[in-house]
Write a protein that binds this ligand. Structure first.
Ligand code: NAD
Length: 447
């Protein structure tokens, strides 16, 4: 199905891809209106929703990560709840001195780097937002998700062309690697780079000399305090930390629970279906999923990223018929999974003597990523204290971190949360540069 001939916007040569994207962008802004862009986006949503199941199957088959039903929900969110042209701001300054209008104009061709954990959603989300703002995009997809990304690029182009739009608004090299990335970073045609992934990628983009929107790694902590509705907190953590097997950068990765309600919270977690690892089991799981290099530095065993709990447990000799969405264990701040971004549904719970201790430890675990965090508490003063201390881009009270993206809370969807560079949840406005037109000398003042 992802046969060479059928893939629109996928090029053998990266330079050819950039040229095609440049031509497409010029056509977009000279021959088409904003209403046309809206029509293209509507058609993208229609085409993508029709292929949603296939897209999820392809993503799981290619990457080996996550769960089909969650991929369908995740990718549908990126398709249906991403922002279009309505999100492009404009500012108007009108006084008796004159009239000035500030437009949010496109950059031109944007270079986008996508993660293996989201090979479809990042193409859809970045693609719709960049195109809504009048740009074209060249994607350098993660090599281990390139077939899914290529299929998505092609599907979006097909939808745009079907709606009467130009070819190649989204392009990518067929075999993306560090060399194609280098060409994209050095191309004078590419005016903005947007990267979604880990710290190595962010570091590389930052050295390009171009403007960078960087969406980096996270390690989101959650605090459960003694005023929380523990049943709701257990349900919320179970749903959110387990989503797509904990692959998402926003997913809760370690939970700080106040001592006075720790045992009750554990019971509630078990009631909703989570598997409690005893001391011996948690040691075995840790040895399986955390590896050490020669210098003793710990890192995650990639074999278990995005795998289901029962698959991981099977490899330590625990056979279970059911499918618990997470397994959890009690531990201390010394445990490596408190600090490593595990991206698998094995969740450490840390018992805290006081709220102050929970805040201190959660801040340490987040490690200044400024990414995401949550708190389950009815005490607004505490929520404020934690929100100030943790200083993350996404901060949620009484909900899974996905709530800030419209799942159990309100918000728009985006697969790219620009954390180190500070743009936050990206959208069409992220892909714009501000231009001013001024009618001077009191021109056009009508009062
Ligand atoms: P990754 O860093 O391994 O790869 C991301 C992309 O960067 C890929 O296209 C990869 O080919 C490229 N890359 C990797 N190392 C590079 C380097 N040294 N120089 C240049 N490019 C490089 O990450 P991943 O495993 O694909 O994705 C998971 C990571 O992405 C997690 O850390 C997760 O938190 C993060 N993420 C962040 C967001 C966000 O919005 N902030 C969203 C999704 C994922």
């Amino acid at each position: 199905m992802t046969d060479k001939k059928e893939l629109l916007g996928v090029f053998d040569d990266v330079e050819e891809a950039i040229k095609a994207a440049e031509k497409a962008q010029k056509e977009l802004v000279t021959k088409y209106t904003l209403e046309d862009r809206d029509r293209f986006i509507e058609n993208i949503r229609k085409f993508a929703m029709e292929k949603m199941e296939y897209l999820a199957e392809l993503e799981l088959e290619e990457t080996g990560y996550g769960r089909i039903e969650d991929k369908i929900a995740k990718n549908s969110g990126a398709v249906m709840f991403s922002q279009g042209t309505e999100a492009i701001p404009k500012n108007i300054y009108a006084t008796d001195k004159g009239l000035t209008v500030e437009y949010y104009a496109p950059y031109g061709v944007i270079g986008a780097i996508t993660p293996v954990t989201n090979p479809a959603a990042t193409v859809v989300g970045n693609g719709i937002a960049a195109m809504a703002a009048g740009n074209s995009v060249i994607f350098n997809a993660h090599p281990n998700g390139k077939r899914t990304s290529a299929y998505t690029v092609s599907l979006i182009n097909e939808a745009i062309i079907d709606a009467g739009g130009p070819e190649n608004l989204l392009v990518m090299p067929r075999n993306p690697d560090m060399e194609t990335l280098d060409v994209i970073m050095k191309s004078p045609v590419v005016k903005l780079l947007i990267g979604t992934g880990g710290p190595g990628m962010v570091h590389t983009l930052m050295r390009s000399g171009k403007k960078v929107v960087a969406a980096g790694a996270g390690n989101p902590p959650s605090i459960i305090d003694d005023t929380a509705d523990l049943k709701k907190a257990a349900e919320g953590i179970y749903a959110s930390a387990s989503f797509d097997n904990n692959l998402l950068c926003i997913a809760e990765k370690e939970i700080f629970v106040l001592d006075s309600i720790f045992d009750e919270f554990v019971e509630e977690l078990q009631k909703v279906g989570a598997y409690k690892l005893n001391e011996e089991e948690s040691k075995k799981v840790t040895d399986l999923v955390v590896l050490s290099d020669e210098e003793g530095n710990k890192y995650i065993n990639k074999k278990y990223i995005g795998k289901c709990t029962n698959v991981i447990l099977k490899d330590i000799g625990i056979e279970i018929d059911s499918d618990p969405r997470i397994a959890f264990f009690e531990t201390t701040m010394e445990h490596p999974l408190v600090f490593l971004e595990q991206m698998m549904p094995i969740i450490p719970l840390i018992r805290c003597e006081s709220f102050e201790q929970a805040v201190e430890w959660a801040v340490q675990a987040e490690q200044g990523n400024k990414h995401s965090a949550s708190i389950w508490s009815k005490d607004i003063d505490r929520v404020t204290v934690f929100g100030r201390a943790i200083d993350t881009t996404i901060f949620v009270q009484n909900g899974g971190t996905m709530s800030a993206f419209g799942v159990g809370g309100s918000g728009t969807n985006s697969p790219t949360i620009a954390t180190p560079t500070g743009e936050g949840v990206t959208g069409p406005q992220t892909f714009t540069r501000r231009r001013r037109f001024c009618m001077a000398g009191g021109g056009n003042y009508l009062l």
